[in-house]
Design a protein around this ligand. Structure first.
Ligand code: GDP
Ligand code: MN
Length: 367
């Protein structure tokens, strides 16, 4: 019921957006220059409606003009229905483009299963115990595989081999504002390697031993104190990770960074603990602490002007949009406050106030 209500709201808010998108002829209109980038979507066949929902605003706010290729990944074979609905939808969104670049891949079993060093009996016991303690998704085995895959494997998929950049898309998202530039090119020309638009606090029961694992990584690699970027998410009083993370269902990042030996070494150190299964480490805190440990402060970018809604969370930009050609942003914070909040939506400004505050303080010092 609540979901239905929100759906209707979002439809209303995003309905003024699509018109402008059809007027642009893709790459040409976008300036001719493109980055070597792909839009990456991990999904199940059953997610098809929610994926179409995401494509609706993603195409009209951005990709109908830029036409970056889509790469869809699934641990199971894609159905004909999924493939044709996605391709047809994109084609229709672009006014009948009969060759949208959409690729469908299956994930190798080795990237979506227990590694041999994990004791599966112990894993199942831990999952049940976490479930009893109220940890979200604790006993959903596939969710653990998914988090590990997103943390350490997606960028190795053969369909992504040719690309240097990725933009992660999830089912059930609204992009709320027209984008008047190419974020990939922004990243490339400004030396960025990881971009986010929402900060969130983690449910600490999912990562009880992440701090000690980070410390053992640091001592192995002779890092004497948390590096500058990690300080963003470090509690100096308790000397531990504070759970602040880039909410990873939106991310624009460098595949080259993820494929680097530094990132591999970092991921392997974490994976060796088995805690993607014994605990419920999510890919969001893992990407975040990896960025914290391995990236320089100015390699991280806050895409503040990318308005976004996923599940019940919203990022409504405060920055002024370029009006005119691209139309106004469909995200109206006053409206959010008076209507969505009433219905239980965690409006960005209320819920992420503290996290954003911390980011601003940190960025003022380091960026
Ligand atoms: P949440 O955002 O953390 O609540 O988790 P979601 O259920 O949205 O899952 C995150 C992403 O992983 C989404 O893109 C899902 O489609 C995808 N996903 C989750 N579980 C599976 C699975 O078992 N198979 C596949 N192929 N995708 C999955
Ligand atoms: Mn999701």
């Amino acid at each position: 019921n609540l979901y239905r209500h929100l759906e209707r709201k979002y439809q209303l808010l995003s309905s003024p957006l699509p018109a402008f998108a059809y007027e642009y002829g893709g790459v040409e209109a976008a300036g001719g220059e493109r980055a070597n980038a792909a839009i990456v979507v991990l999904a199940r066949n059953s997610d098809v409606d929610d994926v179409v929902h995401t494509l609706r605003t993603f195409e009209s706010t951005f990709n109908a003009r830029y036409r970056y290729p889509y790469v869809f990944l699934n641990d199971k074979p894609w159905t004909y229905e999924f493939r044709s609905r996605i391709t047809d939808f994109i084609s229709r969104k672009r006014g009948g483009d009969n060759k949208p670049d959409v690729r469908f891949g299956q994930i190798p079993a080795a990237h979506w299963s227990y590694p041999s060093h994990v004791n599966q009996t112990k894993a199942h016991q831990c999952m049940q115990a976490m479930k009893k303690a109220g940890v979200p998704y604790a006993a959903v085995e596939s969710y653990h595989h998914m988090c590990r895959f997103q943390s350490g494997f997606f960028y190795k998929h053969e369909l992504l081999r040719e690309f240097e950049w990725y933009w992660r898309l999830e089912p059930d998202v609204d992009y709320l504002c027209p984008l008047h530039y190419d974020p990939f090119q922004y990243m490339a020309t400004h030396g960025k390697r990881y971009g986010f638009n929402i900060l969130a606090p983690e449910f600490m029961a999912t990562i009880p031993s992440l701090t000690s694992t980070l410390k053992s990584y640091m001592s192995t690699h002779h890092i004497t104190s948390p590096p500058p970027t990690l300080q963003l998410m470090w509690n100096t009083t308790t000397d531990s990770y504070n759970g602040l993370h880039f909410w990873s269902n939106f991310e624009i990042g460098s595949l080259t960074w993820l494929r680097s030996s530094e990132y591999q070494r970092f991921f392997n150190h974490l994976d060796a603990t088995g805690n993607f299964y014994y605990e419920r480490w999510g890919d969001a805190p893992i990407h975040s602490v990896a960025a914290g440990m391995l990236l320089k402060p100015d390699e991280i970018h806050y895409f503040e002007e990318i308005g976004y809604r996923h599940g019940d969370r919203v990022h409504c930009p405060q920055v002024k949009q370029v009006e005119g050609v691209y139309g106004p942003c469909g995200c109206d914070l006053d409206r959010l406050k008076t209507t969505w909040v009433k219905w239980g939506v965690w409006a960005y400004k209320d819920h992420w106030g503290r996290e954003l505050e911390r980011w601003r303080e940190w960025a003022a010092k380091w960026q």
